[in-house]
Design a protein around this ligand. Structure first.
Ligand code: SF4
Length: 154
């Protein structure tokens, strides 16, 4: 059975970022060529608008948020932790049902970040909530910034 790959939608041309822009990655597109892949944006899936108010973690990162020990807060003070946890959970379950084994995600996002994200204005080591949840379920998560280190194979 073919295992489709989840990919952050902003990396493949969708204008889903908080600022209404995309962040297309040539290396991601090259890697996906000939493969089955599914674009996902947890923040849009959570029902947040695009553009939207930027957000960051408070009290920890994605792994901590899964344990109820960190929050995700927009710059206007609105907490969106539960929204993003719910959306991530739905996408992870869909991915498991579709046989997804691997995800290529946008670095530093509070949802998709793989190795770093933001607590307040400080960039720290840690994952976004969607990435952290995928990892817990055994789905491999790859940063779009370190694909080259894997020799081009997902
Ligand atoms: S990084 Fe993830 S949550 Fe943010 S715009 Fe891209 S796909 Fe959406």
């Amino acid at each position: 059975m073919v295992s489709p790959i989840f990919v952050s939608a902003c990396l493949v041309g969708f204008r889903c970022r908080y600022d209404g822009c995309f962040k297309t990655s040539r290396s991601v597109l090259d890697l996906l060529e000939g493969q089955e892949w599914i674009p996902v944006c947890p923040e849009q899936y959570a029902g947040l608008p695009t553009p939207r108010v930027p957000m960051a973690f408070a009290g920890g990162t994605g792994q901590d948020a899964l344990a109820g020990e960190a929050r995700i807060v927009q710059q206007n003070g609105r907490e969106v932790t539960q929204l993003l946890l719910n959306a991530s959970r739905c996408l992870v379950l869909l991915g498991m049902g579709w046989g997804v084994k691997c995800a290529i995600l946008k670095e530093r996002s509070p949802s998709c970040g793989v190795t770093t994200t933001y607590v307040g204005e400080e960039r720290v080591k840690g994952m976004g909530v969607f990435a952290a949840m995928l990892k817990v379920e055994g789905i491999e998560v790859l940063s779009e910034e370190t694909l080259g280190a894997r020799g081009g194979q997902p």
